[in-house]
Design a protein around this ligand. Structure first.
Ligand SMILES: [Zn+2]
Length: 136
């Protein structure tokens, strides 16, 4: 695909992310100590709560650096757009979009992650919620 064609797809993704965030379809929360309730799965970078709730929450680990926070938000928003996609595709999209977004687009996404964080020890892993594992 030519660079200009790729740019069209990347910008369409950004417009959709902006719509989801500006219309508060997904609420972003900063969380400290985000851990799975399944001990073998360990700590999480992010988590999307969608199961049966009117409000959808993207939880982002507050201990991540800025680039990892942006990547994790991209990851969780991809889950929102493609709820049945295989996880490997979500990771692939996360990496492609992070690489292709402009600095201005990345700063916008970072600005949507609150500076005030909450402490949550465990999150329930329901059938329609998604999680991203820590690389640590
Ligand atoms: Zn995920």
């Amino acid at each position: 695909m030519a660079g200009r064609e790729i740019a069209v797809f990347v910008n369409v993704f950004f417009m959709q992310f902006k719509f989801i965030l500006d219309k508060r379809i997904v609420h972003v929360k900063s969380i400290r100590g985000l851990l799975s309730d399944n001990k073998s799965r360990g700590s999480l970078c992010g988590y999307l709560i969608t199961n049966g709730l009117l409000e959808i929450y993207a939880l982002i680990d507050d201990d991540l650096d800025e680039d990892e926070k942006i990547k994790t938000l991209i990851h969780e928003l991809c889950h929102q757009i493609f709820p049945t996609a295989h996880h490997q595709y979500i990771y692939d999209l996360e990496n492609i979009l992070y690489k292709r977004f402009s600095n201005k687009q990345r700063r916008y996404l970072l600005g949507k992650i609150p500076r005030t964080s909450y402490y949550v020890r465990y999150v329930h892993i329901g059938k329609n919620s998604f999680m991203k594992f820590s690389h640590a």
